[in-house]
Design a protein around this ligand. Structure first.
Ligand code: CP
Ligand code: NVA
Length: 322
């Protein structure tokens, strides 16, 4: 069983990042340590214990330019369990870049908090926060990546399937969640098959990065416009909304173009019989996924949502640990 001290020692010996904006901030060792600590923390929390608590009073800023259920609650609950406090700040409160320059917000927050966790419209806002922050900055979702989500995704896959290389299918939009999932899955040695409509493929530079990360462990990435090809014999099938936050004006066009990319029972039958279904949530039931699949026996989405808590606690304990 991993202890926090062992994990921290391995983390510190593996060229750890100071900030966590992207899966590309991880390497094979740091990714493995973070996940293994998350598993241990989950077991401890389930038995009423905590593997890590901050030694001195600690606060973090939680900046949310967009709505959230899972990310906000798991961060606030996780910090509470570890004896720290999260200060929740919406765009209404601080109006980043409008009421005050991003760099000035970063400089102020650095004097009060041990870390800044931010959900933003533009990834460049995170990069600017990072440039001027004296404390670690963590990406709680941008239009480019959702790296906290990916840790929970891969933890869930490990729980259900172990560590052997798998065929993982992504069906739908080549969006932020797809980007981080693909990079982390490739880093850990999996084969990721991504099926998107024409014009909605993941960002080419992200795929290039994912392939580079995969070269550390044999991980691979394949792109297609055919969902049946991606899902055939897959061990896991992952989808997300067709219209991400910030893309609402494209809703009508996207609804037309994504119709053939619904994860339903017909499509799922092509995967391995014991394949699991993943969704980062929130789901638009009846759009990208049917009730029968989301609520079906193969769905792992509630474990996946729970694992947001344990993976973020592990990440924070490693990034900020004493
Ligand atoms: N999956 C996820 O990040 O959910 P929220 O948008 O509710 O935080
Ligand atoms: N791709 C979705 C994920 C929400 C957690 C979005 O960005 O809205």
């Amino acid at each position: 069983m991993t202890t926090y001290e062992q994990a921290l020692e391995q983390w510190r010996g593996s060229n750890p990042p100071r900030h966590y904006l992207s899966i590309a901030d991880l390497n094979l060792e740091t990714a493995r340590v973070a996940l293994s600590l998350a598993h241990a923390m989950k077991r401890a929390t389930h038995s009423g214990q905590e593997l890590f608590r901050f030694a001195s009073p600690t606060a973090l800023a939680l900046i949310f330019e967009k709505p959230s259920l899972r990310t906000r609650v798991t961060l606030e609950v996780g910090l509470y369990q570890m004896g720290a406090h999260g200060v929740y700040l919406t765009q209404n409160d601080i109006q980043m870049g409008k009421r005050e320059a991003v760099m000035d917000i970063a400089r102020n927050l650095s004097r009060w908090v041990r870390g800044v966790i931010a959900r933003v419209f533009l990834h460049s806002t995170l990069e600017e926060l990072t440039r001027f922050s004296e404390v670690p900055v963590i990406n709680a979702l941008s239009e480019r990546e959702h790296p906290c989500q990916a840790l929970a995704d891969l933890m869930t896959i490990q729980e259900r399937k172990g560590d052997a290389p798998l065929k993982l299918a992504w069906v739908g939009d080549g969006n932020n969640v797809c980007h981080s999932f693909t990079m982390l899955a490739a880093l850990l040695g999996h084969e990721v098959h991504i099926a998107t409509p024409d014009g909605y493929a993941p960002n080419a530079s992200v795929i290039e990065q994912a392939r580079q990360l995969g070269s550390q462990s044999g991980g691979q990435v394949q792109l297609t416009h055919n969902p049946r090809e991606a899902v055939a014999d897959a061990d896991a099938v992952y989808t997300d909304v067709w219209v991400s936050m910030g893309y609402e004006t494209e809703r009508e066009a996207r609804m037309r173009q994504f119709q053939a990319f619904q994860v339903n029972e017909d499509l799922l039958r092509l995967a391995k019989p014991d394949a699991i279904v993943l969704h980062c949530l929130p789901a638009r039931r009846g759009e990208e996924i049917t009730d029968a699949v989301l609520d079906g026996a193969q769905s792992a989405v509630w474990d996946q949502a729970e694992n947001r808590l344990h993976t973020q606690k592990a990440l924070l304990a490693l990034l900020l640990g004493d």
